[in-house]
Ligand binder design. Structure first.
Ligand code: BV8
Length: 230
């Protein structure tokens, strides 16, 4: 086996204490998606949105990578073939676990973006509405996050990776959000083996060859050792 493509979602960061979206009391129970994760919501109330991401940026900074993140970093370091990690998460726990190559398809809390000139720069811990862009100086700074209705990043590269995958693993995602939830179908179309890691089957669970039920901190280290011994 030469190439493993991995997709992660909020579930891999759950045991690091970061809230998931759709669980009881999750982020979407506390805030309406329309209010905090859409361009319209940002236009309507930029302070609500900027503060929503300031809180998550602070929470992520307090969190530590868990055994699931560390297992994937070990796989990337020791697997003889190619490991490509695509995450829907906006936290930096994969990077802090030592993962060299992380594709943040939904953006990252660590990034800021200018809505006027597309300039990107490292986000401060606390952003405020109307912060000036360091490049064009317009008051149009926003979190570099892909909101609903916006195009996720690196989609062409991601589809190239899926076309070349021998194994596709999806970890800790409920399979509600597209285009990420469609990756398993794309990988299968190109003949990849597919495995899902979750506490329960996701919305697209039936599309996987293998289902590993349990917390990622337990299921991933076992899986990585199997792959490396393979
Ligand atoms: C786009 C921002 C097109 C940052 C996010 C109708 C049908 C189909 C699609 C659509 C539709 N209407 C609209 C759409 C498109 C829409 C979409 O999919 N909507 C859904 C809700 C129906 N998608 C979009 O808008 C995307 N863009 O389509 O653009 C386009 C075309 C042309 C031109 C322009 C545009 C953009 C999607 C990105 C939106 N931004 N996040 C942020 O705030 O974080 S999405 C948001 O949900 C998060 O990023 C997150 O990544 C994503 C998915 O959530 P999950 O990660 O899966 O988290 P969740 O809580 O749901 O699940 C956690 C899972 O973990 C659970 O299954 C749980 O069991 C498991 N778990 C928990 N603990 C553990 C565990 N597993 C293992 N171990 C544990 N310990």
């Amino acid at each position: 086996m030469k190439k493993i493509v991995i997709l992660t979602g909020a579930g891999i960061s759950a045991e690091s204490g970061l809230g998931t979206f759709r669980a009881e009391g999750g982020l979407w129970a506390q805030h309406r998606i329309e209010d905090v994760a859409t361009p319209e919501g940002f236009a309507r109330n930029p302070k609500l949105v900027v503060d929503f991401y300031n809180a998550r940026r602070a929470q992520a900074a307090e969190a530590a990578p868990n055994a699931g993140h560390l297992a994937l970093a070990k796989l990337e370091a020791e697997f003889a073939g190619d490991v490509v990690l695509i995450t829907q998460n906006v936290d930096d726990l994969h990077e802090r676990a030592g993962m060299a190559r992380v594709m943040h398809m939904h953006g990252a809390l660590s990034g800021a973006l200018c809505a006027a000139c597309d300039h990107r720069w490292p986000a401060p811990m606390v952003m405020a509405p109307g912060d000036p862009c360091p490049s064009c100086e317009k008051p149009t700074a926003r979190p570099d996050i892909v909101w609903f209705g916006e195009m996720p990043y690196d989609m062409d590269e991601i589809f190239d990776h899926l076309a070349g995958a021998d194994l596709f693993a999806s970890i800790g995602t409920s399979g509600n959000v597209y285009p990420a939830a469609g990756f398993v179908a794309e990988a299968r179309r190109h003949g990849a083996q597919t495995v899902e890691f979750n506490l329960e089957p996701s919305q697209v669970g039936s599309q996987f060859d293998d289902l590993r039920i349990g917390p990622a901190t337990q299921t991933l280290p076992i899986w990585v050792d199997e792959i490396l011994a393979g």
